[in-house]
Design a protein around this ligand. Structure first.
Ligand SMILES: Cc1ncc(COP(=O)(O)O)c(C=O)c1O
Length: 391
């Protein structure tokens, strides 16, 4: 018999009842160090007091009003994002997938309004992940994502990650945008080197193509800068954000330059919940923390400490791990064993990790994980690796 919850996930038999900072507590009392953060969502850990205060304060005043009215919490968060980024304007969504939908619509509408309705094609890269909607699975293009779901939304071209010649060949008079994650998350923590992102920006400018970045997983301080593209010193035209921006409350956003957003006038897009007062109150509290340069400096310091310890872990288990990659606190351990086995062994050792493609074990801890927790996490990963080695 089908379970009451549609069985689209292979769930681990863990039932968490409480979260405190970087710790998750299971129903039976076991405490787990959370290096997954709900897949890069709980950027400030579980039950962060500032976020709880922001949420409860707003909850006591007003939960929801329609976007038919002005929402001051939404305006305040948009202003913070605009002040801290390349963007001139922001639309709030509830998820990364919805941000993808709008990014695709915005890029196409831009060219339509410029008198180029033929420019609809969006170039994406192998291994990418942009969500599960019809547009997002078409953007990915992989058989695993699209098979069985009927006609695939047209207008996407897929290029192999790192194949510069194929990228140049894919651009034509119908190209609207290039859509790329500065660091592929689901694809296995694959960073786009700075010079490649700079090259992409240059190529987009030369060819008259919009650059759309998906920072749903790598944004909001995860790499040690507020947004990952800042490391390369180039700006996109449109950017998708979600996950960490709500610190665990469902919230996403599309950030854009005034020019890229020109087609999105009243009536062209909307969302019942997007930019809801509760979500934006929490989002503002997240921004106050993660956009603070001192906080980001600390993220970089913690990332250095964790990477250093992980190098030691890899060296101690050469049969299990091949290497460490990633940026900031978005880390991948390239494995020689099945990452799923390591995730499972991690459960026994009391540490939560997340598998990714390309035989990678993902570590996405809370950005405020402490030094002691980093040491404890690596010792638990060591126990997990030892168990997998022995199996
Ligand atoms: C890079 C990227 N884009 C988009 C998405 C989709 O976000 P959501 O699951 O919030 O719809 C994800 C989710 O993992 C992601 O990692």
């Amino acid at each position: 018999m089908i379970p009451a919850v549609l069985p689209t996930y292979n769930r681990a038999p863990l039932h968490f009842v409480k979260g405190e900072g970087s710790w998750l507590v299971e129903e039976d009392g076991r405490r787990f160090l959370d290096l997954g953060s709900g897949i890069a969502v709980n950027a400030l850990g579980h039950a962060n007091p500032d976020l709880v205060a922001a949420l409860t304060e707003q909850a006591n005043k007003l939960w929801h009003v329609s976007n038919l009215y002005e929402i001051p919490q939404q305006e305040a968060l948009a202003e913070k994002l605009v002040a801290s980024s390349f963007a001139d304007t922001v639309f709030f969504t509830n998820s990364g997938t919805e941000s993808c939908e709008l990014a695709v619509k915005m890029a196409r509408k831009y060219w339509f309004e410029k008198g180029h309705p033929e420019k609809v094609e969006i170039i994406t890269f192998s291994g990418c992940f942009h969500g599960r909607s019809t547009a997002a699975i078409a953007a990915s293009g992989s058989e695993k994502m699209v098979k069985g779901f009927g006609p695939v939304l047209p207008g996407f071209r897929h290029v192999d990650w790192g194949d510069h010649d194929a990228l140049h060949a894919a651009i034509n008079e119908n190209t609207a945008a290039i859509l790329v994650e500065p660091i592929q998350g689901e694809g296995g923590i694959r960073p786009l080197p700075d010079q490649c992102l700079q090259g992409l920006r240059k190529l987009c400018d030369e060819k008259g193509v919009l650059l759309v970045l998906d920072e749903v997983q790598c944004g909001m301080g995860r790499t040690g800068r507020l947004f990952a593209h800042e490391w390369a010193g180039v700006d996109p035209d449109i950017m998708m954000v979600a996950k960490g921006i709500g610190g665990g409350f469902p919230l996403g956003a599309v950030l854009a330059t005034e020019e890229a957003a020109t087609g999105m006038v009243a009536g062209t897009h909307g969302s019942t919940y997007g930019g809801n007062p509760l979500a934006c109150a929490v989002g503002a509290a997240v921004m106050d923390r993660v956009a603070d340069p001192d906080f980001l400096e600390d993220v970089n310091r913690r990332a250095g400490l964790l990477s250093q310890k992980l190098e030691g872990l890899v060296a101690a288990h050469p049969d299990v791990f091949e290497g460490v990659r990633g940026l900031g606190l978005m880390i991948g351990l390239k494995c020689r064993k099945a990452p799923a086995d390591l995730v499972k062994a991690g459960y026994d050792a009391g540490v939560i990790t997340v598998p990714a493609a390309d035989n990678v074990l993902r570590l996405l801890p809370a950005l405020n994980i402490t030094d002691d927790e980093i040491a404890e996490a690596v010792s638990r990963l060591d126990a997990a690796a030892t168990a997998v080695e022995a199996a």
